[in-house]
Write a protein that binds this ligand. Structure first.
Ligand SMILES: C[S@@+](CC[C@H](N)C(=O)[O-])C[C@H]1O[C@@H](n2cnc3c(N)ncnc32)[C@H](O)[C@@H]1O
Length: 233
């Protein structure tokens, strides 16, 4: 079970008070239109394995909050070098699989090289495209997206395909650098950061429901989403 730090009801009340509930935002409350960031090239892949990232992003804390279990099917969507996939892979053994998905084959090659070096055998690469991550349908227990969503050039079809891939209890862990003034990721370019309001406007409209929002990370929001009940398979 997820160790949610706040009860869903409390979260809903807090979000509603801030005007950020599941109900569609009124036109005058919509955040300003967002321009997607350019896709980070594999030429810069070394940055994804930088020293200091463990401290800045605390991936082990994030993965602990997901409470992965043996046998689960997990996706690292926009996996890059598999920084998160490689840390999640042992947690779903025995029997579980991590799909590392990306649109750049070069990133998948790097992930496979690093996995082989670390003797990890349960990561399966998937080459997706900008509108379809090509995931198995209805089977995925968790999708994690770390510093990826703001790069989607076509967020709507991507979110629709993600929704189709989730099992009835499947969830998404979304990590995005904070754009708000409070504990802002000021070392990250503005187009690579998002506000809570921007994320909720887009994800609510796509049929997701926020089940948790955690702010324990130094510079990132951590959202947990599931399929909105009326959209259940
Ligand atoms: C900043 S990197 C983050 C990589 C990895 N998630 C991490 O935290 O180390 C962004 C990655 O998202 C991938 N990406 C961008 N748009 C994508 C899309 N529509 N579908 C899948 N991957 C995408 C890029 O190719 C790149 O590898």
């Amino acid at each position: 079970m997820l160790r949610f730090r706040r009860a869903t009801a409390l979260l809903a009340a807090a979000l509603a008070a801030a005007g950020l509930g599941a109900a569609p935002l009124r036109a005058q409350e919509q955040p300003a239109p967002r321009v997607p960031a350019p896709v980070m090239s594999y030429h810069g892949a070394e940055w994804l394995e930088r020293p200091g990232r463990m401290e800045e992003e605390q991936p082990l804390e994030v993965i602990a909050a997901m409470d992965l279990k043996p046998g689960m099917i997990v996706v690292d969507l926009g996996c890059g070098t598999g920084y998160y996939a490689r840390k999640m892979a042992p947690k779903v053994l025995p029997g579980g699989t991590v799909y590392g998905e990306d649109i750049q084959p070069e990133m998948l090659d790097l992930m496979q090289q690093l996995s082989a070096k670390e003797k990890i055998e349960n990561i399966v690469p998937i080459l997706g495209d900008e509108t379809d991550p090509k995931l198995p349908k209805g089977k995925v227990d968790w999708i994690i997206m770390a510093d990826v969503y703001h790069e989607f050039q076509h967020p709507e079809p991507m979110l629709a395909k993600m929704l189709e891939s989730l099992s009835p209890t499947g969830k998404v862990c979304l990590l995005e650098y904070r754009a708000e003034k409070f504990r802002q990721a000021s070392h990250i370019k503005p187009e690579h950061r998002m506000t809570v309001k921007q994320v909720l406007a887009e994800w609510n409209a796509a049929g997701f429901e926020l089940v948790d929002l955690q702010e324990f990370l130094p510079v990132q929001h951590m959202f947990i989403f599931q399929r909105r009940p009326e959209r259940a398979n």
